[in-house]
Ligand binder design. Sequence first.
Ligand code: HEM
Length: 369
Amino acid sequence: MSTYLEAPVETERRPLSIAITVARLALIGVALVVVAGAFAYLGGWLSPNNLTPARFTDAFERVDGVHAGFRRNHAKGVGVSGVFESNGNGARFSKAAVFHPGRVPVVGRFSLSGGQPDVADGADAVRGLGLQFNLPDGEVWRTAMINLPVFPFRTPEAFYQRLVASKPDPNTGKPDPAAVQAFLDRHPEIVQAMNVIKGQPLASGFDNSTFHGLNAFRLVNSTGSSVPVRWVLTPMQPFEAASTASSVQDKNYLFDALIAQIHRQPLRWQLILVIGQPGDPTHDATVAWPAGRERVDVGTLTLDRVDAEDTSAATDINFDPLVLPAGIAPSDDPLLSARSAVYSQSFTRREGEAKQPSPITPADVHRGD
Ligand code: HEM
């Protein structure tokens, strides 16, 4: 009896369970489409005009080519190492261990801007210095600085558009002057920044260059109060102006001089914190803060060893400016997160490639040893 009673019930349920199964499959399908769409959106495939880290890195590659294993910007360089000796003056502003009195080991890399690892050294190529401070308990602080007093670009988009406009025209081998001019007309802040940059005397080498962090950060002290900051490395080697003579220099003359100097004696810089006042722009690296801001000498960087990229620990470091210890925090500068994302993209590409030997070889670096 019960089987007769159950039978009609079963036949009524079957279409219902099929409908539920179909609905479930449809839901799973919708979820998969949403997930795939989210990946496509984040990857930039659904938004061809959006600037993504991959597009930015592609632009560096279009301008300078792909050089397997090398950085897509600041490709030419050598590794260095030494110590930072803090005098304790920074502890008033930041609880970061790097500002406690004492010494921490440092690994770094001097570089020239651009994506060509074998470019000839030139006096007006932008000089870079990436540093990693190895703090107690495994904390690190990374910063990448250049020898310009301001950055030419306020936003990542402006930098990207400049790269696109500077791509050499296949017919002339040079950037299209009309495209460059049209770009500058849209960005008067770049013209102003370039005037500031041209007004700064150019040092003869890496050793006597001032390196600027340019982006603003925030220092947080042990009571939790915070101040805006920019940092600068000022050389303890005497200033000498870059030669304006048009004589042809050796292809690696800046790096050769740096290598010879470090072999002769350690090179030193003072780390200066420039403390911002309320109202000083923290989101605009094209503008210098007014003169007269408090400048605090927080210690001395000593670099006493140089290594070729092929053997230096710095080669496999991504000098991402957002790798910060407790006590140093990012500001609202839009360049910071863009730098972090594009450096990561460049790092991922170069670490996945078989690296070609560096043009400055271990033999070049250790000739005087
Ligand atoms: C949106 C702005 C910027 C972009 C997209 C950008 C892009 C890059 C890329 C792709 C690299 C190579 C990263 C790697 O493979 O490890 C690099 C390296 C470097 N950048 Fe930037 N950069 C920007 C702004 C700046 C600024 C403002 C400074 C200086 C304050 C700077 C200084 C350096 C230095 C010194 C290096 C070489 C570091 C090293 O030796 O590894 N960059 N940049």
